[in-house]
Design a protein around this ligand. Sequence first.
Ligand code: C5P
Length: 299
Amino acid sequence: MTSVTVRVPAKVNLQLAVGPIRDDGYHDLVNVFHAVSIFDEIVASEGTALTVRVEGHGADQVPDGGDNLAVRAAHALATHAGRPYGASLLIRKNIPVAGGMAGGSADAAAALVACNELWGLGLSRDDLMEIAADLGSDVPFALLGGTAVGTGRGEKLTPLEVGGVFHWVFALADGGLSTPKVYRECDRMREATGMRVGWPEPSEDLLAALRDGDSVRLGKAISNDLQPAAIMLRRSLARTLEAGHEALGGIVSGSGPTCAFLARSPEHAAELAVSLTAAGVCRAAVIGDGPVPGATVGS
Ligand code: C5P
């Protein structure tokens, strides 16, 4: 095999409940991940060394050396296999860079799947999941896809049955937000207000809405504990969320700055995308459905 193409989805967090900070600097979470139809594509081709090239919007913001998460993933896989394999990786970006939609994690997951195939290693998804968890909290979910509850720092996943398709609009921002900075701001705000931070619990309402495919109920149940911190760091997000008030619900996606709006139907999603664009509150508005499968071979 001389080259393998893998398609991998973005995620939005339907619930992001952030618990107290742990001794290792991470936070215990209840993180309801939902994979949506905005895809990056990774092509892994034979090569003597591990190299990467990135194309698409925001490509210049993505590291193109050993820091690239997809390269780190391929290295981790080669180490696991005990051989100094090489590959040249091409990443075609559609997922917003540093946008709170786990684009870097998605590319890492795609690199694991692509190199496993290219190098003929035959590792199972469970083996890849273990390597994925060491690369980042959101990488295992990009392998799994669908909708799942993540606990721990988000890497311990339980898949959820979902009774329908949900239609989303994503308001993409200019520039990204740093995830560690948003978590730090969340801690700072909680400390400044003397907030007592409880153990994160899944929302029963949200789980019922997902099970029933009930988008009206889901729109009311979506929540993100990182949202106040993201807005504090990027005040314009308050205006973006306000501009989407006709949606069934709207939240900042993960650590932002992308905002996610739930629509009643594909037509409603298209209307919302037009009104968000016309309001001038985003760089672009992109439509997507969820849930969709995780990293998959073939384009
Ligand atoms: O795991 P990952 O490298 O994707 O996490 C990026 C950053 O997000 C961490 O360095 C940490 O600051 C923050 N984080 C956290 N608690 C989590 C997940 C991420 O504080 N459960």
